[in-house]
Design a protein around this ligand. Sequence first.
Ligand SMILES: Cc1ncc(COP(=O)(O)O)c(C=O)c1O
Length: 399
Amino acid sequence: MESADVRADIPILEEVIYLDAASTGPTPRPVVEAMCDYFYNYNTNTGRGAYSLAIKTTQKMQEARQKVANFVNASPEEIIFTKNTTEAINIVASGLSFQKGDSVVVPNIEHHSNFLPWLNLKNKGVNVKVVKADANGILDPGVLEDAVDETTKLITITHISNALGSVQDIYEIGKIAEDHNSMYLIDAAQSIGHMEIDVQKTKAHFIAFPGHKGTLGPVGTGFLYANLEEAQQLEPVNLGGGTVVDVSEEGYELEDIPARFEGGTANIAGFIGLGASIDYINRIGLDKIEKHGVKLTSELYQGLSSLENVTCYGDPQNIYGIVSFNINNMHPHDVAKILDEVGNIGVRSGHHCAIPALKHIGAYQQGGTVRASLHYYNNLEDIQALVQTVQEIATTFGA
Ligand SMILES: Cc1ncc(COP(=O)(O)O)c(C=O)c1O
């Protein structure tokens, strides 16, 4: 499938020049149709009924879990369905038993979803060691390793920064975690669906994924890869229907993994949609998506950085899918508003839920940055339209 074919499957792209993939990916028709099929033809609950339609729904959910597992080279038992990336990270941060004196190592450029759950552990006496990325938002694995010692229970990092697009060396950091016998969690919110993620190669024990971003699945879906050995150590935080095999007045016996972490009725249509979105991404091919993304990211950075009165952030040699920039002397929200009104272009502006990252690069005082982010459905015309409109704004209002 070519980029133009994917464009044709996404109706909102007729309405707007969509450069906000990092927030959420628009859902293509075949994914919507898979969800409609569920609603129209077998809209029943999973794992609870003995009648045929309920059995069909259970099977469809199992198929979706298998597709997700295959996509990241995991087994289905290692895939815990969640409502988003944030929930996946919180299952680990709240579920592991941290003791006073344990430490967690986390970079200073994380999305709040991979920062606050760890910061919160300070309440339990955990030492949260925040390590500094360089000026371009790249974390030197050596700097991270310096912070690791025998108290380190977990190391975490985001694969691709949502604020800057900087790509981290998750494989080198995996080796560090292994050498120091530490647990390792990756936030893959901005890389899944854009490039291959093989959980085995990363050496991570936990990886948090959205379903609604790079994989072009529906909003309200995400998943946690949890290595079976480490998953045994997680205390489920959402107990209830579907999480136990036996209950008495004295206590309960937990279900197997992953069911014990998926209390209550799931977003069934959403996960069936997620399975269909993975089929869709596989039909395009991750290699093709990544190549297209590398090319457009480079065009975008080059175009914007060549403009007068415009500052781009990050190292162009080491970003993917995202370019963060500012027009000097303008608030990013004003720029985004004008881009919408004048160019019909949708971008994100502000602190991108990554306030420490914005402080780190010195853009917080200005109100953050404007962030353009892309996917396979974007084309050179989208990039040119953005660059040209930014140029007009920068010439008129910039300084
Ligand atoms: C790097 C990163 N981590 C976590 C999140 C939170 O994702 P979700 O909205 O799926 O919880 C985002 C969202 O943009 C993100 O970019």
